[in-house]
Design a protein around this ligand. Structure first.
Ligand SMILES: Cc1cc2nc3c(=O)[nH]c(=O)nc-3n(C[C@H](O)[C@H](O)[C@H](O)COP(=O)(O)OP(=O)(O)OC[C@H]3O[C@@H](n4cnc5c(N)ncnc54)[C@H](O)[C@@H]3O)c2cc1C
Length: 341
């Protein structure tokens, strides 16, 4: 199903920055069949989730933007029949392929999503909003996604970016990911997703469809085999979630942004947050047009209203240049710039 097929649409409505020129076409994709139809449209294409890591050019995007709105998820017990039935949902007799040889491991990935009988998890389609998934898992007493509660992106975007916070990230919970690669539905196990710090090894044109994420349940199984959390584990999970939420409110600005602009800098075994270097250069609070290096968090550039992409980019370039001059460090961008700048 494809709903909302819009031409010449401002991309500011499709990203958390609220910035961007027009796209030739924007299509909201709600299921697998709709996705396959949109992929047949000629010209270049960009798949996005919530646009929470994107800076769209003021000149827009001369192609089709596919907004992933496949938003279903199912909690799973290891060995569930449900998982092996999923390929049928994607219709047209499409079969999953798996890059593992038929050594037993590959067939387990295909049938059970790689979950062992005693394990629990969730199958989430790529458009699922991370905070929704994190809350749902927490309510069931399943831990593993507490860190994701405040990340305003989708499962697909989080997989692509290997999003993470508070010591957790996607690579730690992914068991396998389903992608559409060159017209084939392929299931990759975690080690074939090429995860690194805020990056993955998915190919440029891969479309992430969904993933199995492994969760922890410290409770017991009921007569139907469903996991039942105990009171103390539920309370512990809830406490952790509210602790993380409070830390975000205390440290991060609430305006329009894309989260961290630069990646942390690794020095040997140490990882130094980029804001420290930006701060050392005295750049906290400086503004260009409607954009500003946040006075609250120096690695956030916020749109205070009316900012354009060029304003944000000017601040990115200033921060990079000043940090290089002062520290001889080249800051690596986490934000993804789309279109011509
Ligand atoms: C206030 C705020 C706080 C944030 N905090 C954090 C944080 O703590 N940790 C963190 O890691 N990030 C954080 N972010 C950044 C961002 O939310 C994450 O990177 C998120 O995972 C991006 O998801 P998205 O759906 O918005 O992806 P998008 O921004 O839409 O896209 C990101 C990339 O993924 C690709 N993509 C998206 N969906 C698919 C798909 N289905 N198939 C193939 N490719 C796809 C896009 O083409 C693009 O390359 C924050 C952002 C904001 C605004």
């Amino acid at each position: 199903m494809i709903r909302r097929f819009e031409e010449n649409v401002p991309l500011s409505g499709y990203c958390t920055y609220r910035i961007g020129g027009k796209a030739r076409l924007v299509v909201n994709v709600f299921d697998f069949e709709g996705l396959r139809r949109v992929l047949e449209i000629d010209g270049k294409k960009l798949v996005i989730g919530r646009g929470s890591k994107l800076l769209f050019s003021d000149n827009g995007y001369d192609g089709t933007v596919l907004v992933m709105r496949m938003e279903r998820f199912w909690f799973l017990n290891g060995g569930d029949g449900l998982y092996s039935g999923l390929p049928k949902m994607y219709g047209n007799g499409l079969k999953f392929a798996c890059d593992k040889s038929s050594d037993g491991f590959g067939s387990n990935i295909l049938k059970h999503g790689g979950l062992r009988h005693d394990e629990v998890g969730v199958y989430a389609e790529s458009g699922v909003f991370l905070p929704t998934l994190s809350r749902a898992a927490c309510k069931k007493g399943l831990s593993g996604l507490e860190w994701a509660g405040g990340i305003p992106g989708t499962v697909g975007g989080a997989l692509k970016m290997n999003a993470g916070a508070f010591g957790g990230d996607m690579s730690q919970v992914v068991v396998c990911a389903d992608i559409l690669r060159e017209g084939r539905l392929v299931r990759l196990c975690a080690e074939d997703c090429g995860f690194g710090y805020r990056r993955s090894g998915f190919y440029k044109d891969d479309v992430i469809i969904g993933a199995v994420l492994k969760l922890d349940c410290s409770g017991h199984r009921d007569a139907l085999g469903d996991s039942v959390p105990n009171e103390s584990s539920l309370a512990k999970i809830e406490l952790l979630c509210s602790d993380y939420a409070a830390k975000r409110v205390a440290a991060q600005p609430s305006g329009f942004s894309c989260g961290s602009i630069f990646k942390s800098v690794s020095r040997g075994k140490e990882s130094i947050p980029a804001w420290r270097f930006i701060d050392m250069c005295g750049l906290r609070g400086i503004a260009v047009g409607g954009a500003q290096i946040s006075p609250k968090h120096a690695n956030f550039i916020v749109n205070n209203g009316g900012a354009c992409a060029a304003d944000v980019l000017a601040l990115i370039r200033t921060a990079r240049a000043e940090v290089f001059i002062k520290n001889r460090i080249v800051l690596d961008e986490e934000v993804i710039c789309i279109g011509e700048f």
